[in-house]
Design a protein around this ligand. Structure first.
Ligand SMILES: NC(=O)c1ccc[n+]([C@@H]2O[C@H](COP(=O)([O-])OP(=O)(O)OC[C@H]3O[C@@H](n4cnc5c(N)ncnc54)[C@H](OP(=O)(O)O)[C@@H]3O)[C@@H](O)[C@H]2O)c1
Length: 442
């Protein structure tokens, strides 16, 4: 039984998907059952890396969704609109959807899941996080028995590429970014990557799946790498750490031990540059690779690692989702009354609330610019002590200008409110010129 595929988009990912569908030999036998029926693009004249019959292409994406020969709609056009409306249109027509669109799912996942549940159709999103790395299905299914304590990951390849080169070469952020743009590893407009928004979209999705509730995307505290100083990467290395843009979601104490649909789940979800000890499992993830570390009870630590983007890896995840749906359609006749994915059904989701960051606890790295005078380190230590912040290490680094010093402090795990109180007192010291950098530390 041939299954008709409608593609919304024939860019990097869409062309990768079309390439797999056109070359079924040696792949899962079901790939040979998939037939590309219609493809929406913006510009019919643009040269494509895959050869397709001209009559397949259209500039009308609604015509792809509505085409009776299209059984599964694959949304790989990106952006919020018209992608969201087209996904909802497909669902309303009873057509299952596969999408790689993290931006839409992070913002409208609850609306889309509710519409899919009402219609009894699948919406699968494996490619939305981690490119070719299987992480969505493992979180939804394979790890479903666990209490998830924490999901943390390097889930943006562009920033990981930049940070890896900053660490290896001691290069400045702006220089590496310019080079990454020249080499095609960073977009002409890199804002979504370097300011952390892309990673925030992805951790919102992972947190929603790990904790079974809708995580408010707009409330996720997000800090990118665009203000990161090469000196902090170098000092971190000297102290035994690497700097990574980490996305973290963890359950907070007070969250119900036995979750129910009604009980509110309190979460700490955030994105920021983070110092990782060199022995940490995520510390060795370099270049454009991604990795996600899931910590659960009783499974322990499970790490997923691989290529987080690119035509081939992302298309691999998209086609896997198509095959899942195709397999169910074949097993159930034509797909009507297919069993709904129970873990994505919005009806079983519970409310999630993000905790006020002032009550969270972390280790911190602080770089202070001070005058090079006896007693400064003592005064700084006193400020930390009076605020109840205990220090793991305090190191003075030489600077170019005589009479100045740079002091780096790494704290033990402390409540954010106490840490801020200590920083305010330190900033008021006459010998402290500036709190030059402040980073979280694992
Ligand atoms: N690239 C990756 O490595 C990667 C990895 C994971 C997830 N994703 C996600 O996958 C999605 C697609 O990414 P991509 O990199 O493949 O994007 P892309 O290269 O920019 O391709 C977008 C495609 O959609 C078409 N399109 C856009 N708006 C359209 C409209 N209104 N009507 C008709 N066609 C339209 C474009 O047509 P034209 O070609 O005619 O302009 C193009 O073919 C995004 O949601 C992205 O976040 C991408």
């Amino acid at each position: 039984m041939t299954i008709g595929i409608g593609l919304l988009g024939l860019g990097t990912v869409g062309a990768g998907v079309a390439g797999i569908l056109a070359t079924p030999s040696g792949r899962h036998p079901l790939v040979g059952e998939l037939a590309l029926r219609r493809v929406a693009v913006r510009d019919l004249a643009r040269p494509r890396p895959v050869e397709l019959a001209a009559e397949l292409l259209t500039t009308d994406p609604e015509a792809v969704v509505d085409d009776p020969a299209v059984d599964i709609v694959v949304e790989v056009m990106g952006g919020l609109e018209p992608a969201r409306s087209l996904i909802l249109r497909a669902i309303a027509a009873g057509k299952p959807v596969v999408t790689a669109n993290k931006a839409v799912i992070a913002r409208y996942g609850e609306e889309i899941a509710a519409a899919a549940a009402a219609q009894g159709v699948y919406v699968l999103i494996e490619a939305a996080v981690g490119g070719g790395i299987p992480i969505i299905e493992p979180l939804k299914q394979s790890l479903g028995a666990n209490r998830i304590q924490r999901v943390s990951g390097i889930i943006n390849g562009t920033t990981n590429y930049i940070l890896s080169r900053m660490a290896a070469e001691g290069a400045a952020y702006a220089d590496v970014l310019a080079d990454a743009q020249r080499l095609g590893y960073a977009e002409a407009d890199p804002a979504a990557d370097v300011q952390g928004g892309d990673a925030a979209d992805k951790i919102a999705i992972l947190a929603s799946l790990a904790y079974g509730g809708n995580v408010p995307r707009a409330a996720i505290p997000t800090e990118g790498i665009d203000r990161l100083d090469a000196r902090d990467v170098a000092y971190a290395a000297q102290l035994g750490y690497v700097v990574k843009l980490l996305a973290v979601a963890q359950a907070m104490p007070g969250s119900p031990a036995v979750p129910s649909a009604q009980a509110e789940q309190l979460l700490d979800v955030r994105v920021h540059p983070t110092l990782l000890p060199k022995a940490h499992p995520l510390a060795g993830v370099n270049g454009v690779n991604n990795a996600i570390l899931v910590e659960g009870d009783p499974v322990g630590q499970v790490m997923f690692y691989g290529p987080g983007a690119g035509a081939g890896p992302t298309a691999s995840a998209v086609v896997a989702d198509i095959l899942n749906i195709a397999g169910i359609r074949q097993a159930t006749g034509n797909g009507t009354n297919a069993p709904l994915d129970p873990l994505l059904a919005a009806g079983s989701w519970r409310p999630c609330r993000l905790v006020d960051s002032a009550v969270t606890s972390h280790r911190n790295y602080v770089r202070l610019r001070t005058s090079d005078r006896a007693g400064v380190i003592g005064a700084i230590g006193t400020c930390f002590g009076e605020a109840g912040v205990s220090i793991q290490s305090i190191v003075q680094f030489e600077t170019q200008s005589a009479g100045d010093a740079e002091i780096v402090v790494i704290t033990h795990e402390v409540c954010e409110a106490n840490f801020r109180q200590a920083l305010a007192a330190i900033e008021a010291l006459a010998d402290v010129q500036a709190v030059a950098a402040c980073l979280r530390t694992l």
